[in-house]
Design a protein around this ligand. Structure first.
Ligand SMILES: [Zn+2]
Length: 62
């Protein structure tokens, strides 16, 4: 998991820091870094993740 600050706020505690899953993680959920409240699937944050990772994701079909 990767702790990042996003332009989002936790519905529970208002934190703007979230734990993002890496490609190696089995669970692809985004959770609040402070209270661990479920935020959303990482698919919804693909752009945020790509901005953080600065990596080319694995291509589908390879
Ligand atoms: Zn929270």
């Amino acid at each position: 998991m990767l702790k990042v600050t996003l332009d989002l706020s936790c519905n529970v505690c208002g934190s703007d820091q979230f734990m993002l899953p890496t490609l190696a993680d089995d669970v692809q959920d985004v959770r609040c870094a402070d209270c661990a409240a479920f935020k959303c699937k990482s698919d919804d944050l693909e752009r945020a993740m790509s901005a953080v990772h600065q990596k080319v994701p694995a291509r589908p079909g390879l």
